[in-house]
Ligand binder design. Structure first.
Ligand SMILES: NC(=O)C1=CN([C@@H]2O[C@H](COP(=O)(O)OP(=O)(O)OC[C@H]3O[C@@H](n4cnc5c(N)ncnc54)[C@H](OP(=O)(O)O)[C@@H]3O)[C@@H](O)[C@H]2O)[C@@H](O)CC1
Ligand SMILES: Nc1ncnc2c1ncn2[C@@H]1O[C@H](COP(=O)(O)OP(=O)(O)O)[C@@H](O)[C@H]1O
Ligand SMILES: [K+]
Length: 489
């Protein structure tokens, strides 16, 4: 499980560690790691390290200090290094002295922008690699114009120190010009921007360097599940199981207007776990035709017992749909409410009263549904989802390029995909079915949502395999996504 801390928490831990270490030791350790990754990138891209040229973009603070020290270490390996200073009066003193001692060159941003053609002012044009030390944890807003102008001139790959400059470290928002790095070397802990869209897509591969902060960090602000975490929670049939003991999933979705939603949601449920799936609604015939093993009935009252209900996809918002949501919420089993069920809950506050207190509820809005349910999402998606989860007394999963999930206790999981294959009509229906299957099997709601987001993305990647894929094929790839996890049977 990858653990993530916000910058305030990281700063506090740094203060403790700084107080007991030699001045500058932490920075040198961080910078040395940057130099190692920079050298590796140089070797991979040009087959050598000595003789290559590296330009450093150096801002006003310690992030610039890291870049300067990294430059000094690279000089020792025979790299030609030129530092481009954005704030010559505020440049990190020891870092600058170290680079100069090592034989590095130093120019100002103004020199580079003046288009002179001597070697130093050409540093950006001739660099094999650029190290971004403009701004780190202190970053606020997009790059300022002088920094943005410098970055615009870069053609070589960029290695970002701690984070790509110009992105918001705590929200991952990108509100102005920002660096797009080929790789990022970060220190002490992952920060939110490394796993939150859109900033995460500007990091390249992220390398975490231990600088001794972990013991001082405490509980993480949020977590990212890895394949092992998902595999450990997947419900697989045990020798003593029968079709009922594994938890029966009920699907109350779709209908005569949107029979496809009924099929896609049911597919997600059928393919995620063994046992039984029931369907209740006016698309019963279509569902039965696609999945003969599903027990399909025309109405909820005939549906029989289930251990979790999935509702919302393709349901519509007419009075019949409202009654379906009300009945499902009153059923005293965990419920996953998606799409129209979210819209109905937003539009008809009385529906909340139908819910049995304490019964798990997972809400899975996309951004527009979230806005109807809980107001404008703003830049800080994690804070907005945490607040909504508390207010709704539910697990809330916000869909998107990074999926953000929170429960009513403030625990947060984030899934960053880095691929956009699931952005296709009906894929949310499949996700609902997966969540329903995991809820029915007794997986804790926060992790049912988290594992489902992971499985869904993995199934989409397998189905797509480099070309666009429809939601039906995402569902069909669920077994392959599960097999790839090699869960213990
Ligand atoms: N603490 C430690 O032990 C260790 C810390 N380490 C390193 O320190 C980094 C944090 O350093 P930091 O706190 O000195 O600030 P930093 O991020 O360099 O910002 C510098 C200045 O940039 C400016 N600025 C702000 N926004 C901007 C924008 N959008 N565009 C352009 N400029 C902008 C603003 O200056 P202003 O111009 O407002 O005076 C700000 O003060 C951390 O990320 C890690 O790399 C490692 O060495 C490990 C050990
Ligand atoms: N840009 C994106 N990158 C990756 N995944 C995305 C992106 N946009 C949407 N998704 C995912 O695709 C699914 C879309 O769900 P949803 O919006 O409910 O679609 P539908 O209602 O058509 O089924 C969600 O799982 C969401 O997280
Ligand atoms: K940076």
């Amino acid at each position: 499980m990858r653990e993530v801390w916000t910058t305030g928490r990281i700063r506090a831990a740094e203060d403790v560690v700084l107080a007991r270490t030699q001045p500058g030791a932490l920075m040198r350790r961080a910078a040395f790691a940057v130099s190692v990754h920079a050298a590796r990138m140089l070797r991979e891209r040009s087959g050598r390290v000595a003789g290559c040229r590296v330009a450093l973009l150096v801002g006003a603070g310690n992030n610039g200090g890291d870049a300067l020290w990294a430059g000094a270490f690279l000089r020792r390996r025979g790299v030609g290094v030129t530092a481009v200073l954005l704030a010559p009066d505020k440049t990190h003193t020891e870092g600058l002295a170290a680079l100069r001692r090592a034989g590095g060159r130093v120019v100002t941003a103004a020199d580079v922008s003046s288009e002179r053609s001597d070697g130093d002012s050409n540093a950006l044009a001739t660099a094999d690699l650029v190290i971004d030390g403009i701004v780190g944890l202190a970053a606020r807003g997009g790059l300022r114009p002088d920094a943005a102008a410098l970055v615009e001139r870069v053609t070589a790959p960029i290695i970002a120190v701690d984070l790509p400059s110009g992105v918001d470290p705590d929200t991952g928002a990108v509100t102005g010009p920002a660096v797009a790095a080929a790789a990022t070397v970060t220190f002490g802990a992952y920060k939110p921007l490394h796993v939150l869209a859109p900033a995460a897509s500007r990091c390249g591969e992220v390398h975490l360097i231990d600088i001794g902060l972990r013991p001082e960090l405490g509980e993480p602000d949020f977590r990212v599940l890895d394949p092992g975490d998902v595999a450990a929670r997947l419900p697989l049939p045990k020798p003593a199981d029968d079709k009922y003991t594994q938890g029966v999933v009920g699907v109350a979705a779709g209908g005569s207007t949107y029979p496809g939603a009924a099929v896609l949601t049911t597919s997600g449920a059928v393919l995620t776990k063994s046992g039984m799936v029931r369907y209740a609604g006016s698309a019963a015939d279509v569902v039965r035709a696609r999945w003969p093993e599903v027990i399909a009935t025309g109405s909820l009252s005939d549906a029989g017992r289930v251990q979790a209900w999935v509702t919302g996809p393709g349901l519509g918002t007419a009075s019949g749909a409202r009654e379906t949501v009300r009945e499902v919420l009153a059923a005293d089993v965990p419920v996953i409410a998606d799409a129209d069920a979210v819209n109905l809950l937003a539009a008809h506050p009385d529906l909340w009263d139908a819910r049995e207190p304490g019964t798990p509820l997972v809400l899975t809005p996309h951004e527009r549904e979230f806005a109807r349910l809980a107001g404008d999402i703003g830049d800080d998606h994690v804070a907005a989802v945490v607040a909504a989860a508390k207010r709704c007394d539910a697990v809330v999963l916000l869909k998107g390029h990074s999926t953000v999930i929170a429960d009513q206790d403030g625990r947060v999981l984030v899934h960053y995909t880095g691929r956009a294959w699931p952005a296709t009509a009906g894929s949310g229906d499949v996700l609902s079915g997966i969540i329903g299957a995991l809820l029915a099997a007794g997986v804790e709601p926060l992790f049912a949502a988290g594992c489902a987001a992971w499985l869904h993305d993995s199934a989409a990647a397998i189905a797509a395999s480099g070309a666009p894929t429809p939601a039906s094929l995402i569902a069909e790839a669920i077994p392959a996504a599960i097999r790839a996890l090699e869960p213990k049977t």
